[in-house]
Design a protein around this ligand. Structure first.
Ligand code: DI6
Ligand code: FE
Length: 403
């Protein structure tokens, strides 16, 4: 049976138009099963929709936004890297540490040494922390296993996070770093990554394919080979592009109609224009910018002027962004990147959904999924204004209370 529920008395933030909050002060949501059947002001509610209700909820004037979407995380890994944090505070750079065999490689060793069950416990706890601030959809990348078996292990752990009630999308990031057994043989490793891809896809573990295109990772030519294999398999791509240097990764990704290009501190004007033409989302990651103490800002004004949609995410990972707060990302996107509070919230909803290829969520409009958050706030800009304060009252995922 399709449960039809009425949620009244909400101050709705629909984000339904291209611009503006889309506020509906005395708003009603009608959910049917896991979808929104009707959204609008109480005064316009068609009486026929109130027939056959299975439940009614009074939101008591609370703010209601679309559920938050973290569309870029590396949530499944073993160990932690606080010692590396100390080294960086003493002056070592992220790239120095990576070149000396630390960095991602140390997390690969810890992840390989961890059992699937232990990785699950740690990943579940991280996902629950994100859910405490309104997470309803989560993307998780592999990239700390770097062998067929170990990547599959991490992707299975990620997929099982859906048992928490979330929608989970998994991204194969085999081309994250060169594992030690392939030292000096990066092209051979890229061959291996391409060979694993059909297996992982056939096991239902891959929704998209990502790569780290960087001086300390994979070249544009190697990235292109990964993307060509993904295209043959019908898998969408995304890219860690222009985080530490301009490699032309954004233009390459746009050529493959990438869902998103992520980081982008060093993206060129040509890269921005290519993204605009291909409809690729710019995924900005203030947590990594902050934690690596970067000084080069992503070119938000140029992205805005070119009409490139901007999304935000935590980039949660143990090396460059160990944060687990979506609300802090809203705040930092405004303070560091000069995004408006409205752009920032769109970045965690509408455009985060687009970066995952999920057109059925991110706004409060009829037909979309009934994923929404209820907040103790009078205006949505407050979500970006406070930091270290969590005003979430409730989350509804697919029409069901999720805490
Ligand atoms: N860019 C990042 O910021 C993370 N991965 C990537 O490709 C960092 C991953 C790590 O340091 O463990
Ligand atoms: Fe990342």
């Amino acid at each position: 049976m399709n449960r039809r529920q009425l949620w009244r008395g909400g101050h709705l933030v629909t984000l339904q138009e291209k611009q503006g909050w889309g506020l509906v002060p005395d708003g009603v949501l009608i959910t049917e099963g896991d979808h929104l059947r009707w959204v609008g002001p109480l005064a316009d509610l068609p009486p026929t929709l109130c027939q056959g209700l299975t439940a009614e909820h009074d939101l008591q004037g609370a703010l209601v936004t679309p559920g938050l979407i973290d569309a870029h995380t590396h949530l499944v890994y073993g160990g932690e890297r606080s010692a590396e944090f100390e080294l960086r505070l003493q002056g070592a750079s992220y790239e120095d540490i990576a070149r000396a065999g630390g960095g991602i490689r140390s997390t690969v060793a810890a992840t390989r040494a961890a059992s699937e069950a232990d990785l699950q416990v740690a990943a579940d706890a991280r996902a629950r922390t994100l859910m405490a601030e309104g997470l309803t959809t989560l993307e998780v990348k592999s990239g700390y296993g770097l062998s067929l078996e170990e990547e599959a292990k991490c992707l299975r752990v990620a997929r099982r996070l859906s048992s928490l009630g979330l929608t989970v999308r998994t991204t194969f990031l085999g081309a994250h770093a060169l594992p030690p057994e392939f030292d000096g043989r990066a092209d051979d490793y890229v061959d291996a990554v391409c060979a694993w891809m059909p297996r992982l896809r056939d096991e239902g573990l891959v929704d998209a394919v990502d790569a780290f295109c960087e001086r300390i990772a994979f070249s544009p030519a190697q990235t292109r080979r990964v993307f060509e294999t993904a295209r043959q398999l019908g898998l969408p791509v995304k890219l860690h592009a222009e985080q530490l240097s301009d490699q032309g990764g954004a233009a390459l990704a746009a050529e493959f109609q990438a869902l998103s290009c992520d980081h982008l501190e060093f993206v060129s004007d040509d890269g921005i224009q290519a993204m605009a033409r291909s409809g690729t989302v710019a995924m900005l990651l203030p947590g990594a910018f902050y934690f690596l103490r970067e000084t080069r800002l992503p070119p938000v004004a140029a992205l805005r002027a070119a009409g490139v949609p901007m999304a935000l995410a935590t980039d949660h990972n143990p090396g460059s962004s160990p944060g687990l707060s979506l609300l802090l990302m809203l705040n930092m996107a405004c303070t560091f990147f000069r995004m408006t509070p409205e752009e920032a919230l769109r970045g965690l909803t509408v455009y985060a959904a687009r970066a995952l290829g999920l057109p059925d969520r991110g706004q409060l409009v009829a037909g979309q999924r009934a994923d929404f958050c209820v907040w103790d706030a009078a205006h949505p800009r407050e979500l970006a204004y406070y930091f270290g304060r969590n005003p979430r009252r409730a989350t509804v995922i697919g029409g069901r209370h999720a805490g």
